[in-house]
Design a protein around this ligand. Sequence first.
Ligand code: PLP
Length: 355
Amino acid sequence: MYKKLFIPGPTHVRDEILQAQAAPMLGHRAKEYSDLQKEVIPKLQQLLYTQQRVYLYASSSSGVMEGSVRQASTKRVLNTVCGAFSKRWHQMTVANGTPCDKLEVEMGQAITPELVDEALADDDYDVITVVLNETSTGLTNPVKEIAALIHDKYPNVLILVDAVSGMAGIKIEFDAWGLDVCLAGVQKCFALPPGLTVCAVSDRARERALQVENRGYYFAYDVMDKKYEAGQTPATPAISLIQALNKQMDDILAASLEARWARHKEMAAYIQDWARTHFALYSDERYLSPTVTNIHNTRGISVADLNKALGERGAMISNGYGDLKEKCFRIAHMGDLTMDDMKWLTAQIEDILGL
Ligand SMILES: *Cc1c(COP(=O)(O)O)cnc(C)c1O
């Protein structure tokens, strides 16, 4: 049975978006495709408040995380870790043989500018990785403030941001904040089917990559740049997904970006209040995420049973991630979900649990 997804990716996809994928296929070296890519990139630049290049990769986000950290450093990387997804970036850095250290805080805690300052002072780093929105704990790191600190005191450090569960749900001002890489797969806040990743890259990150000898090939910016001006990608792009993305970006911009940020905040505030009333919040209250809430299972309910009962009513939420399984559960309020969806969902949960 079809279930409406309240999980932090993949998220619910509207029928119009599913249908946009069914448009006739285009040749990826034909003018029709170049026109499509040249049409969608400026819309993404608008979404990210940037004039810098935005690449489209046929890959899940993880591929671009690995590809971007691999071509970023000629010295040493500082990986900040505050949960499962930020930890993955550290594992990728290690796996690529790039010298690195991790700055780790407990799950539910944020990476602060003060912690970053202390850690960067320790060694000759030239890259930092940060997750904007840690999906495993429902927490948003103060990336703008971290970036300001880095520009002030460590101007040689590139700022790589995993915005997978934030981009298109949280306002990210790529140029004003001075980010260098900001990436997200489209199956989360963009509310598209999975398989495509959007990645903004600064000119200085592109210049740095040229100095990295083993920067890889598939994700390498200089390889992408060979086709960028022509509105193409070196390998075959995920054409159907890009057609759907173009439609989704039209809808997002027509409804206004500010309305989108506001809707996410409103849904988050509603779910947070509900969680405080019936359970508790897990993460530091100062950094709660606008796109996903991690609820502390203070009643000791069976999350698996709850999800089974929700399934019979046509909905799905997420269990806690990793060690937080059954200790927490997560409700995503991202993508194209609405306040009506949130109210419907909490009413179902209250009914099932007899709250
Ligand atoms: C989902 C997620 C990822 C992994 O994305 P894939 O597209 O599955 O590779 C990475 N980081 C964050 C913060 C995520 O939420």
